[in-house]
Design a protein around this ligand. Structure first.
Ligand code: NAI
Length: 494
């Protein structure tokens, strides 16, 4: 690992015009509790926003309710055109948006410039393209027939996590809006900036006022949104404990939900795998975004024959990680998002040591300002250790060894989570056979953590319900009305 020279890109403006974006305009709430935004690379405060009070939550929900019928009455082609225009604006401003995302999250610019706003633009483009083809079906029943109409749900609430703020906002807004819903989106209080940019860009692209609104705040604000009777659907990206609360609150009103929650995903590396592909997959699946990715393959099961070579190569390649100022384009590994997250992850590293796992490399708090630690690899990890059971959400990779395919599958599935899974092997039949038996929603063979908008994304078991992206998302933002049409006389018994 090396540290970069300081040659950061120009810093974007980080203080927004207002904390919230409601009815097509920035809104401030002078009386709201202050919400400081911290740059994870140095701990400085780069903006101060406010948590929304009850009046602002009301304002946002009222705006979304008011705007919904007219938005739904537009044709899909018209709605889609606005979403695709917003995608174009995002691409034009990708550089500035990426620098803002880097300052909000601490993720290296090298990542945000290819994986955040651009992924959001993909979603707006994709669902903008689908909007005109959202249809029901027609079923002929003799002379009678039934037709179904795919209708929007109404007002949707989106609640985001802090690791991919822009991407999460777009992955929720794009399908919701394409289907004729309106949305109130609450970003994570840790990373509140880029969702405001999305609202601004959508307005610039021609989105009618009130269709997409952003309110800031913590769980209390999220909870106020989820419990409102005007809300038809809640889509959350967050941890399992928050998911339980939000799902239960949504159940009160029998609201639709999409839950994108945490994971402890397995990656199975067989003796016959291409060593560098497997090591590359393990790096992408554990250290990208400093390991703060829900679908990470943090339990790396390596077959005995390839284990020594795998560990050597992994440690060697980790030595090439460039840790530094995330605004420096050469930096490939940045800080964690907050002091609290860093403390939590270092606590897991300590637990790994205490329980007898072997720290191969990293796991140290770095002696520099900001929330930095070195990427950690543990070997000799066993299934019952804390680091093999609990979601860490940081740069900690656990290597577990195995002998047979059956054993690896059984151990990989022995978790309450089921978000993602990966297999590395050169044996085509084994790749498909093994992935078929793994309990996970988002799976990879000889790849890891690639999440194009065309692929359904989401988990099984505690990792969630519903799917984001792909055509599947349309099902989760619409409901079917069926209409039976009688063409003959009505036969009644009396
Ligand atoms: N499956 C997926 O797609 C992803 C899942 N995640 C998961 O997110 C977690 C990390 O993100 P965090 O922001 O720390 O999660 P978190 O669960 O602490 O917070 C998520 C969001 O929920 C809000 N919230 C908290 N309590 C609430 C309540 N009672 N009612 C309504 N909203 C409430 C928070 O303010 C935040 O906006 C990890 O567990 C990770 O695995 C993260 C990214 C993607």
């Amino acid at each position: 690992m090396s540290e970069t020279a300081k040659s950061p890109l120009e810093r974007p403006r980080t203080q927004p015009e207002g904390s919230h974006h409601i009815d097509g305009a920035y809104v401030a709430d002078a009386g709201g509790r202050p919400l400081p935004v911290i740059y994870p690379a140095d701990g400085s405060t780069i903006a101060t926003l406010e948590h929304a009070g009850p009046d602002l939550v009301e304002q946002a929900l009222a705006a979304a309710s008011r705007a919904q019928p007219a938005w739904a009455a537009m044709t899909g082609t018209e709605r889609g055109r606005i979403l695709r225009r917003a995608a174009e604006i995002i691409r034009e401003r990708n550089d500035e948006l990426s620098r803002l995302e880097t300052m909000d999250t601490g993720k290296p610019y090298q990542e945000t410039v290819v994986a955040d706003a651009t992924s959001g633009a993909d979603a707006l483009e994709y669902f903008g393209g689908l909007a005109a083809s959202i249809t029901g079906e027609h079923v002929q029943l003799g002379d009678d027939f039934v037709y179904s109409v795919r209708q929007p749900l109404g007002v949707c609430v989106g609640i985001g996590a802090w690791n991919y703020p822009m991407q999460i906002a777009c992955w929720k807004a794009a399908p919701a809006l394409a289907c004729g819903n309106t949305m109130v989106f609450k970003p994570s209080e840790t990373t509140p900036l880029s969702a405001l940019k999305l609202a601004e860009i959508l307005t610039e692209a021609g989105l009618p006022d009130g269709v997409f609104n952003v309110v800031q705040g913590d769980g209390a604000v999220g909870s106020a949104l989820v419990g409102d009777p005007r809300v038809a659907k809640v889509s959350l990206t967050g941890s399992v404990p928050t998911g339980r609360k939000v799902y239960a609150a949504a159940a009160e009103g029998i609201r639709h939900v999409t839950m994108e929650l945490g994971g402890k995903s397995p990656m199975l590396i067989f003796d016959d795998a291409d060593l560098d592909d497997a090591v590359g997959g393990a790096i992408l699946g554990n250290f990208y975004s400093s390991g703060q990715i829900c679908s990470n393959g943090t339990r790396v099961f390596v077959q005995k024959g390839i284990l020594p070579a795998f560990l050597d190569r992994l440690a060697e390649r980790l030595g090439h990680a460039v840790i530094g100022d995330p605004l420096d384009p050469t930096t490939s590994f940045g800080p964690l998002v907050s002091q609290a997250q860093l403390d939590q992850v270092l606590g897991f590293v300590q637990a790994g040591r205490d329980e007898g796992a072997r720290l191969v490399t990293g796991g140290e708090r770095l002696d520099r300002e900001g929330f930095y630690m070195s990427p950690a690899v543990f070997a000799d990890v066993t299934d019952e250790m804390t680091i093999a059971r609990e979601e860490i959400f940081g740069p900690v990779l656990s290597v577990l060894s195995f002998e047979t395919e059956e054993e690896a599958i059984a151990r990989a599935n022995a978790t309450p989570y089921g978000l993602a899974a990966g297999v590395f092997t050169r044996d085509l039949r084994r790749g498909h056979r093994v992935i078929g038996k793994l309990d996970a929603g988002s799976c990879f063979i000889n790849a890891y953590n690639l999440t194009p908008v065309e692929a359904p994304f989401g988990g099984v078991k505690l990792s969630g319900v519903g799917r984001e992206n792909s055509r599947a998302a349309i099902e989760h933002y619409t409901q079917l009305k069926s209409v039976y049409v009688g063409m003959g006389p009505v036969e009644a018994p009396y």
